[in-house]
Structures are given as structure tokens and as C-alpha cells.
Write a protein that binds this ligand. Sequence first.
Ligand SMILES: NC(=O)c1ccc[n+]([C@@H]2O[C@H](COP(=O)([O-])OP(=O)(O)OC[C@H]3O[C@@H](n4cnc5c(N)ncnc54)[C@H](O)[C@@H]3O)[C@@H](O)[C@H]2O)c1
Length: 681
Amino acid sequence: MSENARISEAMTIKLEDMFDDLPEMPQFADGIRRAPARHFALNPKDTRLALKNAMRYIPEKWHQQLAAEFLEELLARGRIYGYRFRPAGHIKGRPIDAYRGGCLEGRAFQVMIDNNLDFDVALYPYELVTYGETGQVCQNWMQYRLIKKYLEALTPDQTLVMESGHPLGLFASSPQAPRVIITNGLMVGCFDDPQNWNRAAALGVSNYGQMTAGGWMYIGPQGIVHGTYSTILNAGRAKLGIPADQDLAGRLFVTSGLGGMSGAQGKAIEIANGVGIIAEVDHSRIETRLAQGWISQEIDNPAEAFKVAKEHQRKKKSIAIAYYGNVVDLLEYAVNNNIQIDLLSDQTSCHAVYEGGYCPQGISFEERTELLRSGHAGFKEMIDASLRRHYELIAALAERGTYFFDYGNNFLKAVFDAGVSDICKNGKDPIDGFIFQSYVEDIMGPILFDYGYGPFRWVCLSGKEEDLQKTDRAAMECIDPKRRFQDRDNYVWIRDAGKNKLVVGTQARILYQDAMGRMNIALKFNEMVRNAEIGPVMLGRDHHDTGGTDSPFRETANIKDGSNITADMAIQCYAGNAARGMNLVALHNGGGVGIGNAINGGFGLVLDGSERIDTVIRRAIPWDVMGGVARRAWARNENSIDTSIQYNEMRKGTDHITIPYIADDKMVTDLVTKAFAQLKK
Ligand SMILES: NC(=O)c1ccc[n+]([C@@H]2O[C@H](COP(=O)([O-])OP(=O)(O)OC[C@H]3O[C@@H](n4cnc5c(N)ncnc54)[C@H](O)[C@@H]3O)[C@@H](O)[C@H]2O)c1
């Protein structure tokens, strides 16, 4: 028997068993956005390696034909996607009963994966990219097929191991253990940079999972609308002096990006009752958001855009305007014409700035796509020049009173990398942060994450709208709107969520909640499942949360004890969730800020109505949140210290957080000044 025949015989889950014959190449439908070709930079030796790597999924009888096909894909697109194995037609997260499987969780994960690749949800569904320019569910369609089969085979006594999109295999565990453990894009320290990662991705050995793409927990742009709404609303309160019980009526927010997450900005500004202009260079994305009703009007001339905005500001009427063009051109106009902008941000994909995430001023979106494909030598310099100009314009507007914040897209770091060291607080490197604050540093961190408020989410796996309505009502009843202004905002959000028509893809909902809020809502939902009022529910959250992510330019930007450059918290959160019985745990490199800049993790928990799951909820959900609050408290963040003091009282006998003593600043400064004076002598 040949070696490959022996290998085939040793496996029961394999590609060839899914097809009688080599499947036909499926059609590519017009109008579906395609990922830009990733620049092909492998040498001949690595190209051979990439091909041999991809062939590991393929039985020998198809090697000859597919090796040539994969090589073509690699040369043309910079990656091997294995398009031939893509299911024909529109992928959709269907009701859970439509999936086969040996356990509920295995079927639930299939709903989530397919929702991540839904043509209405995913950014580049043919290339398995869910959002954020590069965030993929897995690397190729062979993996997709195998994952689905593994999830069908999965039993309550096994765990599926997922390494960067590759299903390594099923291993015996127990019902109390996670059913799937996912890691994406993790690199060994000395190779943890975009260059080495790009090579690994082209070789087919690493996947960029972003946060919820590779963690199978993306729920469409709604997932980010609530966070965006809270951010801009609280930016207005904190920086424009708007009282806590009022909204953004009459205020102008200018930003860019109508993509996967950035597409939420239009909807969020309308819910916050303000006026928004959002620049976008890719016309297809404007069309998508217009069709969804998430923006109201498209304008391709800055003068007209600001004119319409002004009229709405005067009437205190909300509107979201898409400006079709480059954000830098829009800001040039604002600076040259003395336009008053209240709030300013940017959501181009600067975490992948040279890989297509940022379109430089002076060229069209189509031209940038061509430059990306050809690997044009001047492309990087164009991007750097555009980022430098972008920064100058922001600085000019900030001088005139505009509040600019970085939206966690690595923008400030990208400007620094483009050669602007003035953007750093210390004028030389980012170790002390930047002169502009990131939205977490200034707004979400102290106002939300430090208390434990974060992006709790759920999916009604039955696919029924009425289940979502029931869960919305039940969640609302768990919130006391009089406790804090954050609770009032969350209450209003969930009260109006149905009316705001936020669902794209599966019947899903996002709701910012703190530790106890999340636990109580989860228990309530599980009880509803038990009483057959609703079908099973998948719980999860964005990785972009209190405790799930270590990211010094974003989630942990308001950690000031020096530990912002460490990643213990995210890893503890992930391991702790696995230990406490979450069904899915995920840990990724990069997230929204790019390889090497963050470690982030998330979870999934299928509510099946059982008492066992009640126990998991009681143990795991408070941990998932309070691990982050405890670390923030240890960094001396005031709101986290208060929250931890209350938690220690409330959970006496079960949990206990170490809370820091606060040293007197003057005493420490005097002592150190004296010591340094001595040292100089
Ligand atoms: N919304 C959030 O709360 C949030 C949170 C964290 C991070 N982010 C970050 O925001 C970024 C955007 O995420 P996404 O999922 O929307 O990515 P995306 O790539 O889908 O969308 C970005 C959009 O910006 C457009 N664009 C690029 N350059 C432009 C330019 N110069 N002028 C105008 N438009 C331009 C692109 O055409 C694209 O549609 C990512 O870096 C992500 O990590 C967002």
C-alpha cells in the first residue's frame, strides 16, 4: 500500500469522503466584494512549501490537477483559498435544526460559522473574510469543509482543536470541558511581526482571526453599533459638555469607513440623534449601507456634504451622510473652509495599513487595488504621505476645538510608523502613548470597561424573530435604569433595539452589560430555554471587552501601571473560561490593531436549558468580566477599585479580589527626586 493510501485509511473525516468526484469550480456571482490580491512575495522554495502544505488536505488522486490550480491562486491572490471546495451559492446561518451533529454545541457552532460567512454579513465571503479587511473564519475552503464535518462528528465527550483555521483533530475530554478550543495567528515572540506573519499566512500555516471572525462570534455590524453609540454619546458628554441625560442633537461627527465594523457608525450617530458624515472610497460599501438603511444619503462633494449636515444640525435632526471619496480630501475642505467639526475620528483599516486597509489620498479605490496586486514600490510611500497629511489636518482641526479620538484602528500608530514622531507624547516613541487619546483610553475604558460594562451578545439559534423579541424583553427587565447612567443608556438601547432594525444575518443582539447584569440575563435566558419559551441560545461577546484583550493602543490603553505591554490578562481570561466550562474559547493575535499589537480572546456558551449550564453561567460569566475589572483595579483605575470593593462584599466566601493600596503621589515624587539628586552627585 502506498504511503498516501495508508494515510487515507487512517482517517474517517477527510475531504474525499464528501465528494464522489472532484467538485466543479463554483461560480463567482457578480456584485460580491472580493478581497484584494495579497501581495505575493514568496521565493521558489517557500512557494513549493505553500503548495505542499495545501496538498495536505487533498487526496493523491487530485494532486496533479489541484497543485496547478492552487499555484495559480497563490500567484494571482497571494493565498491559496481552495475556491473549488467552496459551497456553491449563498451561505447563511440557518436555524439550528437544519444542521446535523452529535451534540447541540457542534450544531450551534455551524450556525455561527455560516453566519460569519453570510454574503450579507461577510466583507469578502469568497475569501472567508468576515470583517476588518483581513479577519478570516479560517484560511481556506478545505478547512471549512473539514471543520463542518468535525462539528457534525463532535460528541459531548470530545474537544475539537482549531489552530489558525486548521482542525487539528478531535480529542477526548469531558462534558465540562470546552467543545472547541480556537487559537489564531499566535506567533513566537521573535517572529511576532507582520512580515513573518504574512509569510506564514502565504504558506498556509497562520490565520488572522481578528476577534470574532476567527472566534465564530461575529453578529454583523450590529455587534459594534452599541459600542459606537456609547462611544460617541459619551465622547459628547465628556468633551462637549453635553449633560448625561441628553444626546448629540445638533452636533457633527466626521469619520471614515463604511466597512464591516465601521459601517456601524452611520446607524450609531442616528440613534444618538446627531449628524454624521462618513467618508468611504469603496462605492460598493456605500451601496450596502444605503440598502440596509444604515445611512440616509450619499454625496460625492465635500461642500454639499457639509451643507446638508449644517441644515440638519440647525434643525437638530439626525442624519448619516456617506461622503463618497477620500477622508483626507474631506478634511482638507473642512480645514480650508473653517468648518466646525465637533467630534472627529477615523475607521479605515489601519491595522492592515499597507495590505489594503488604507486608501491613500490622490488615487481611487480601484487604483489602490491594482497597486496592491502589482506590489508597486511607491505604494507604501503614497500611504505614508497620505497618513502624514491626514495627521496635519486633524491637528489643525483639533487646534480649532474639534475633539479627535483614535477608534482602535491603529491609526495613531500608523501615523507614527509613517514617520511622525511628534504624535507621541514623549516625541520619540509610543511607549507613553500618543498626543491624541484612543477611544478606550478616554471614554470606553473609564466609563464602561472599568466597571465591567462590555459587549455581551447572543444569537437565537432557532432563527425565529419572535425568540429575539422575547429575549430583548427579558433582558430589559433585568436592567435597573435608575442605578447608573450607563444602565439607563443600555436600557434605552435594548428597549429600542427591535425598532432600530439592527439584525443583519442571524437573529442576534448586542447589549453592553456588567458582570452581574450579564450573569442574570444569561440565567434568565437559560430558564426560558428550559421552559421551552424560546429555542437554544448562543451567548458570547466581542473580544473587545473589559478582560478579554490586552492591547496597549486600545482595550488596555487606560492601564497606566506599566502593565499595558503585558498579555497575562487576556490569556488568564481565556484559560479561566475553559476551566469554568465555556463551550467555546478563542485566543488570537492582533485583533483590530494588527499582528503583534494585541492578544485577545472570547468565548461561546450554548444555553440548552440545563442546570449544568446554570452552574457554568454562575462561575464563568462573573470570572470572564471580573478578571478584567480586577486587573484594572490593580492598575489603580478608580472605577474598577470601587467595583472590586463592591464585588468583594457581594461575593464574600466565593470570590476575592486583591485591591491596591494607593501611595501618596507627593511622598513618592519627593523621595525619588531626592534619590536622583543624590545619584547625580
Ligand atoms: N467599530 C469599532 O468599534 C472598532 C473597534 C475597534 C477597532 N475597529 C477598527 O476599525 C477599522 C475598520 O474596521 P472595519 O471592519 O470596518 O474594516 P473594513 O476594512 O471593512 O472597513 C474600512 C473601510 O475604510 C475604507 N477606507 C480605507 N481608506 C479610506 C480612506 N482614505 N478614505 C475613506 N475610506 C477609506 C475602506 O474602503 C473600507 O470600506 C479596523 O482597523 C478595526 O480593527 C473598529
